[in-house]
Design a protein around this ligand. Structure first.
Ligand code: ZN
Length: 151
């Protein structure tokens, strides 16, 4: 595994739309492993491929230590409720904001074996789904934050 460089606000790669993964190759497995290592090393709870310069629809999320979601070509298929709270991003260091997100979010995606999976997240996991999937369309939480703060 290898730690990858996290792209920061101002890098135009963060503003691009990612392409779907059409074949889950060993390279994709390596990317998933490297993204998880990179996320953990940076003490984050989610990382999207464009944050490491790869314009593919892939995210990893670890809200609960040891429970990693690897989502390929993810899309939100249901959401409900509302939550308001703090949000930050490894690509926007030293700042955090207040956002409004759905409280329950169901995502459909492929896992690393190409199986279609559905995962429903609540609270922090629901927020992470929204945040990471937004990255795949070039969107950052600072675009929709109600307020922004410095550390
Ligand atoms: Zn982010």
């Amino acid at each position: 595994m290898a730690k990858l460089q996290i792209r920061k606000l101002g890098d135009e790669v963060l503003r691009k739309t990612c392409r779907p993964v059409d074949a889950i190759t060993p390279r994709i497995h390596t990317l998933l492993d490297d993204m998880t290592e990179t996320m953990r090393a940076a003490d984050g709870c989610g990382l999207a491929a464009p944050q490491v310069g790869i314009l593919r629809r892939i995210v990893v999320i670890e809200v609960e230590p040891g429970v990693v979601y690897e989502l390929i070509n993810p899309r939100i298929v249901a959401f409900s409720g509302e939550q308001e709270g703090q949000e930050g991003c490894l690509s926007v260091p030293g700042r955090w904001g207040i956002t409004r997100r759905p409280q329950h979010v169901t995502v459909e995606a492929l896992d690393r074996h190409g199986n279609t999976i559905q995962v429903t997240g609540h609270d922090l996991l629901a927020k992470a789904f929204c945040h990471e999937l937004d990255h795949l369309d070039g969107k950052l939480y600072i675009d929709c934050a109600i307020s922004m703060n410095e550390d």
